[in-house]
Design a protein around this ligand. Structure first.
Ligand code: BGC
Length: 250
């Protein structure tokens, strides 16, 4: 049965009905800019708007950019701090006639990539999936099983959070060349590789389709480094998969 997948990001909130059996979007996705400052009330209004737009009454899966444990938002790096301690499952279920599952956005995108993207080929391996956007999100897959809420974007590299060294935000803000940014990303990936020794690192997020511009700078990393296939839809699809399976994956 179809599930409404919603991906809450720092700049946009996206949603579409998804067929969790094959990962297909059943209608054109909606994208609404994330309201500023993006507090729970404002974001809930956007979620309600997406639900209304699709006349939705079924299950909803939501990816959120922070640590999520049993529906509760535990950390807030790139979103309004009023979210800390809120139970997003309860907020949705109280406001709408829908049942909801909420998980970390990178965990959601990783689930989709493992099921329907390039990750399919690595289901017996140790996979580190990363989303590179404003923040860096991470998801570990141990022979296909997700270890949720890993938060590698906040590992310190040269005294700063990895996502502030090699995220898409800093690349744009400092107008870094592909070479400059690629070298920063390499340093971050080398640290992840050294600490966790994955077989493969899958790079997701908006820059996965520009992989050929910076892959040449990602040298001397033991793990294989490859781009994701599902691009920007992964978050929506993965949130829908999680809700479909109603897995308490966090
Ligand atoms: C957050 C993570 C999130 C990532 C990507 C980080 O700042 O702490 O939870 O997955 O950004 O959105």
């Amino acid at each position: 049965m179809a599930v409404l997948g919603i991906d809450i990001g720092g700049s946009g909130i996206k949603g579409a009905p998804v067929d969790p059996e094959n990962g297909a979007l059943l209608e054109k996705r909606i994208r609404i800019p994330t309201p500023v400052p993006g507090n729970p009330k404002q974001v809930m209004r956007v979620i309600q708007c997406i639900v209304k737009e699709f006349n939705w009454e079924g299950k909803i899966g939501v990816g959120f950019p922070g640590v999520v444990k049993r529906g509760v938002i535990e950390t807030v790096a790139n979103i309004n701090s009023d979210w800390a301690g809120e139970n997003l499952v309860t907020l949705i279920e109280d406001a709408m006639d829908c049942s909801a599952v909420v998980l970390n956005d990178a965990d959601a995108a990783g689930l989709a990539e493992m099921r329907f993207g390039i990750g399919k080929e690595y289901s017996n391996d140790y996979v580190l999936f990363l989303t590179i956007g404003t923040g860096i999100g991470s998801a570990f897959f141990v022979k296909g099983e997700l270890w949720p809420n890993s938060e590698l974007g906040h590992l310190k590299v040269r005294g700063r959070d990895a996502e502030h060294r090699a995220g898409e935000g800093v690349r744009k803000e400092k107008e870094l060349s592909w070479k400059e940014w690629g070298s920063r990303l390499r340093e971050v990936l080398k640290l992840y590789d050294f600490l966790f020794n994955p077989d493969v690192i899958i790079l997701g997020g908006g820059l996965s389709n520009k992989f050929e511009r910076y892959e040449t700078y990602l040298t001397k990393i033991n793990a294989e480094v490859i781009p994701a296939k599902l691009r920007n839809q992964a978050g929506i699809i993965g949130a829908a998969i999680a809700a479909d399976e109603s897995t308490n994956i966090n």
